[in-house]
Ligand binder design. Sequence first.
Ligand code: ZN
Length: 143
Amino acid sequence: MVDAMLRSEDCWAAVASFCEILTGHGCFGKYLHHTAGRESSPDCKQCGAPLDTAIHTLVECAAWGPQRHSLTQVVGPVDSLQGMVTAMLRSEDCWTAVASFCEAVMLQKEVAEREREEDALADPIRRRRTGRRLRMYAHLLPP
Ligand SMILES: [Zn+2]
């Protein structure tokens, strides 16, 4: 079942979003503040909670209530990352519901992050970087 679903190109955006939620490495205030150094605070930009994490996004954030409602209608209550993984392996419908939740929520979080990056009045830490890292490592790239 998983093999067939992963063959679909559309599936990869959902898989990438799922991986962001599973690892916490994505558009989460905690990650962007503590690890990536791209936010001045770890708060949730969607609801104002003091700490935006993957579990906050999956379980708590009021901004994703409609998406969470759609998810729980199919898989039942989800209160942990492990529960999300367990639910998605139950059936193809559950897989699709989890993938849809991850993709819809992370896409909206990424769009909001891009808007903050492009805001000329934003804290300089928020602005889109201009490729300093790429220039720094350009000599290591194949010609
Ligand atoms: Zn929130």
